[in-house]
Design a protein around this ligand. Structure first.
Ligand code: FRU
Length: 495
């Protein structure tokens, strides 16, 4: 009798365990304006493209960006401005740079000139210096080839107000129509002195220049005419030092290209190699992409991060020139990706770059749901999803009550995001597509950032990234995963 009741008790307990149902997730919209992201940066109104002048200074991460405040299509470019103290929320500030008689303000970078090498500040108040392309739109419509030139501006008040240098431009065009997007960094020479290095996109290659003072520039070398992807013009480069997993020094050169990306239109390729005596030499001729999705373009990294952060922090523009001017948002167009940390990793002897969401984004987690069922609800438009994968293939479907869906999967060595049935797509014929990336090594875990109009997928802590914008006609409210997706967690994200 005693044994019988124990068995009964055990049995009831097991049934109870087996039936333990997941927390009920009630969908509660947090979006205030159709397609307005909760935690991705967007301008309050008007047009935005590339991130520019990313610089950390006295506790603030600055984000300048290509901006046309008068319309939601590309036009005369300004530098818009926002700052963040935590990389998770952004505060918009007044426009930093306006077009002038030398032209529109195209993409570029910003540095802290700590030694006042430029003489534009004082030794007590060294300047923040922006280096950008002046694009003369009137000349661009003529047979002139010299309408893009490099100029500088400086700020002595933490980037709040800017003065353009009176001697602009500082680097004149030698007669090449595409001559733009200067990214400047400082390197220490073998004799201990410092030099400014400018990495510049020149039609189908990169030019490297050097300067002692950010004003006088001399050409060091050229790279890339016969290597890498060349389906379009080269733009928005960045040159970055890294340590390999085995502790070797390597340089990574980011080069955005448009068109000619792996999913058509815009994308960012990168090269891994050495940068010695002002010359970049790649290790091999493999074409590598920082993100296999259609919507991560013109991304560059933050300068002046405190040494103790010991990381490389990147952000891209979450759109594609194929349809950026047509996407169905109203008051503004385009968002930035989440900030990402870049690192080198090794797959069977080949070095690749991984990009994982910045740690700070974990601060956005408001509620956590552990899901043991293979189907669940979603709590809002802004969620982070993490999961483990027990075999090297999986599928995950997000859907809404209108029958629209977004499918994330790995099958036969290809990781894909299928947005063919994800909502609005009629604004451009290539938008409704499935975007796949080769991943010859095992997929072990997933991290997904969903927001009002985007998905960012990171496999194995960013060893593979796919970024895609989506315009569903109703929010994603359901998630369904294949059997081999385990440890599924959903975090509701708050601003
Ligand atoms: C890249 C780009 C840059 C240029 C800017 C103009 O998206 O074409 O090459 O500086 O946009 O807005």
């Amino acid at each position: 009798m005693k044994l019988y009741s124990i068995i009964l008790l055990l049995f009831t307990f097991l049934i109870f365990l087996g039936c333990k149902s997941d927390p009920e997730i009630i969908f509660d919209s947090t979006v205030t304006e159709e397609y307005r992201p909760i935690y991705h940066f967007t301008p309050e109104s008007g047009w935005m493209n590339d991130p520019n002048g990313l610089i950390y200074f006295e506790g603030e991460y600055h984000l300048f960006y290509q901006h046309y405040p008068e319309a939601t299509v590309w036009g005369p470019m300004h530098w818009g401005h926002a700052v963040s103290k935590d990389l998770a929320s952004w505060e918009s500030l007044p426009i930093a740079l306006y077009p002038d008689s030398l032209g529109y303000i195209f993409s570029g970078s910003a540095v802290f000139d700590a030694d006042n090498s430029s003489g534009l500040g004082t030794s007590e108040t060294p300047p923040m210096v922006a280096i950008f392309t002046h694009h003369n739109a009137e000349d661009a419509n003529t047979s002139s080839d010299t309408f893009q030139n490099q100029s500088i501006a400086f700020s002595l008040d933490k980037g709040r107000t800017w003065e353009k240098y009176s001697g602009n431009p500082v680097l004149k065009n030698p007669g090449i129509r595409d001559f733009r997007d200067p990214k400047v960094s400082q390197i220490t020479n073998s004799d201990g002195s410092n030099s400014w290095i400018m990495t510049l996109a020149v039609l189908d290659h990169i030019n490297f220049y050097s300067s002692p003072d950010l004003i006088n520039w001399s050409l060091l070398s050229e790279f890339g005419k016969t290597i890498g992807a060349h389906g379009g013009v080269w733009e928005c480069p960045d040159l970055l030092p890294f340590k390999t997993p085995s502790g070797e020094d390597k340089w990574v050169l980011l080069v955005s290209i448009n068109p000619g990306g792996p999913q058509n239109g815009s994308a960012t390729q990168y090269f891994i190699g050495d940068f010695v005596n002002g010359q970049f030499t790649p290790d091999d001729a493999i074409i590598r992409w920082i993100d296999y999705g259609p919507d991560n373009y013109a991304g560059v990294t933050w300068s002046n991060l405190p040494a103790e952060q010991n990381r490389t922090l990147f952000m891209g523009w979450m759109s594609n020139w194929l349809y950026a001017n047509e996407v169905p948002t109203k008051a503004w167009r385009s968002a930035m990706t989440v900030p990402r940390e870049l690192n080198l990793f090794d797959v069977d002897g080949t070095l690749l770059l991984k990009s994982a969401p910045a740690k700070e984004l974990e601060k956005l987690r408001a509620e956590e749901f552990n899901i043991s069922d293979k189907k669940s609800g979603l709590p809002s438009e802004a969620v982070e999803i993490t999961a483990e994968i027990s075999t090297d293939s999986f599928s995950m479907t997000l859907s809404n009550e209108l029958g629209e869906s977004l499918i994330i999967s790995k099958e036969n060595g290809l990781v894909s995001i299928d947005r063919r049935n994800s909502g609005k797509s009629g604004f451009q014929r290539d938008f409704a597509a499935i975007h796949s990336a080769p991943m010859s090594w095992e997929a072990k875990d997933l991290r997904i950032y969903l927001d009002a109009a985007s998905i960012e997928l990171f496999v194995n802590d960013g060893e593979l990234a796919i970024t895609s914008i989506v315009f569903s006609n109703s929010a994603w409210k359901n998630i369904e995963v294949s059997e081999n997706v385990t440890s599924l967690k959903i975090y509701n994200l708050k601003k």
